[in-house]
Each structure stands twice: as C-alpha cells, then as structure tokens.
Ligand binder design. Structure first.
Ligand SMILES: [Zn+2]
Length: 81
C-alpha cells in the first residue's frame, strides 16, 4: 500500500509541473543575433531558454546568444510583441 501512495504522490507532482511545450513563442522572422531572415541560411534553429522560444539562422548565432543570453533577451524585449 505504501508503494501505491508514493506512486500517486509522484503522479500528482508530475501533473502540477509546467508543461514542457508551454514556451513563449518567438515573434518575428529574423535571427535575434544577426537580424538576418530566418531560413535564408538553411533551416532555422529553434531553442528554448527559460521557457522562451528563440530562433536562429545558423549554429554560430546560437553560440553567440549563449555567450550573453541576457543581452539578447533584452534585445528581444525591445522588439516588442
Ligand atoms: Zn546566424
């Protein structure tokens, strides 16, 4: 019986956790780092940081972003919704 209680508690904890796909969608169709059109250099790269979706035109931009995410999130906020 003890195991069942533990299992139910685990399930309840899972249900209350935020959904993984509830990320804030990325607005705009340009790369946050280079401001180039997404898709102009191949398939855009989509990543989620802190529940926010971010799209990049190429892999080096991802590295650029990850070197200073706060700066780029500020840029993202400046763009508006
Ligand atoms: Zn790029």
């Amino acid at each position: 019986m003890k195991i069942l209680t533990l299992l139910l508690m685990t399930l309840a904890a899972c249900n209350s956790a935020p959904k993984k796909n509830a990320a804030v969608p990325y607005t705009g169709d340009t790369c946050i780092v280079m401001d180039s059109k997404l898709g102009s250099m191949g398939d855009p790269i989509v990543k989620v940081y802190d529940g926010r979706e971010v799209k990049f035109c190429c892999e080096p931009c991802v590295e650029e972003f990850e070197a200073d995410p706060e700066f780029y999130f500020a840029e993202l906020d400046k763009r508006g919704k």
